[in-house]
Design a protein around this ligand. Sequence first.
Ligand code: HEC
Ligand code: HEC
Ligand code: HEC
Ligand code: HEC
Ligand code: HEC
Length: 328
Amino acid sequence: MKPARILILFSLACGMAGLLACGTIYFLINKKHTWIPEKLVELARQPDLLENPTAKRCGECHEAIFKAWEKSRHARAWISETYIKDSENRSKEKCLPCHIPRAVKAGSKPEPRLTQRDEGVFCIPCHMADGKMNGPYALYSPPHPTRQNDAYRKAVFCGSCHEKTYKEWQAAGHESTCQKCHMPRAEGRLVQNPVLKYFHAPKEVADHGFPHGAVGAGEIGLSVDIKPDRVRVVLLNDTVPHHVPTADNGDPRLYLTVEQFDTAGEKLDRVREILAPQQETALMYKKEVAFTYPVERGARRVSVRLEYKPAWSTEKTEVHNKSFTVDF
Ligand code: HEC
Ligand code: HEC
Ligand code: HEC
Ligand code: HEC
Ligand code: HEC
């Protein structure tokens, strides 16, 4: 045989062997990892992962999840300006457990931690327990041990810190978990590491940006009824199975503003209601709340506006803005 031909056959054989080896590794990792010898497993371990690394370190493999978390409010729990102000420059001891937790155990308030405080509520407290990364899947990860735990897909996990919201949710008796709405899942990969990603089958990945979206007209119903002598405004939280807004300590608010104008467009009257957990006026699930105001003499137009302000900002977003003609 010519040397060139030998080379081609040799490369082909190597390629086949390589593919077979990769296929075997893929199969073992995803289906039969208990067959992998313990000694081999130890070689692949990266022990620093179990010694409280930063979220960024986890992000070397879990890049997509890291990027989503980084933008979430959880990442700001300790550095948030409103938190710093309300906790009197972080001097209040009782504020620490949920804003810088050490380890989350579903259903009980965490202990505070002493290190890496700037990272707030990050990967380690939510996932590491007993020297393993706990999560929703029964899977095999060479770099660190993992353990499947059903609590990750249950509302009680979030209830460890979102105590009040969790109680409201229980009272609402809705079938959706917090994760369903605030960590929606989509098909993807748990890791983006250039080598590892080819060895792990795609799975559903939960959105670690913990979105809650702006409150929209779809969430809060608004109806207005005008009679010759009065305006009646009814608000209804028809879809969110906890109070709107909801909070343990922050001060998110809804503002309802009702204004009356005469034919010339002059303002005759303006009332503003605050719907907020701190004032115990937040909208309960499926419970109508009505406000009635007298119609001013000469009123020709009534405008009704509902705005939302999250706890960590002074900016408001519009939920409803309606205008009515008074023509009796
Ligand atoms: C060197 C790469 C690498 C690093 C760094 C890494 N992981 Fe992983 N992790 C993996 C792989 C691989 C999987 C399995 C992925 C799969 O099977 O789809 C995994 C799975 C997981 C799971 C799922 C567990 C389950 O049972 O559902 C969690 C949770 C997790 N890692 C958390 C972390 C945390 C927290 C850190 C940082 C301390 C971290 N990982 C750092 C590679 C890594
Ligand atoms: C260790 C305590 C802790 C756990 C567990 C926890 N959270 Fe949070 N969460 C917080 C804190 C603290 C904040 C507020 C951070 C800030 O803005 O200062 C927060 C904020 C949020 C926000 C944003 C609220 C806003 O006003 O924008 C959402 C949504 C949220 N969490 C959902 C969840 C869900 C869903 C779970 C369960 C999967 C969960 N959280 C588990 C402590 C926790
Ligand atoms: C507030 C707690 C919390 C924080 C902070 C958090 N996670 Fe998670 N994580 C969860 C929960 C709850 C699930 C399960 C969600 C589901 O499947 O419904 C999960 C799931 C996962 C999974 C399995 C795949 C999936 O999406 O279901 C991985 C991997 C993971 N997290 C890694 C990380 C990494 C890396 C970080 C930091 C960058 C992090 N998590 C931060 C609570 C948290
Ligand atoms: C059916 C979907 C759904 C479920 C289930 C759900 N939420 Fe919400 N949640 C929303 C919507 C929509 C908003 C936006 C309205 C708002 O900001 O109040 C929201 C807002 C929030 C906020 C922002 C605070 C605020 O009101 O400004 C937090 C925190 C929160 N939810 C936590 C939770 C927790 C914890 C659970 C589980 C106990 C949960 N949610 C269950 C849909 C849901
Ligand atoms: C039991 C857990 C827990 C404790 C303890 C706790 N918080 Fe929070 N905090 C939360 C959760 C969960 C949120 C996010 C949703 C909400 O507002 O309930 C939050 C949100 C906030 C917010 C609004 C978000 C922001 O960054 O502006 C502020 C401000 C705040 N907390 C201040 C405090 C202060 C001050 C204390 C101590 C007096 C404290 N918290 C104690 C769980 C807790």
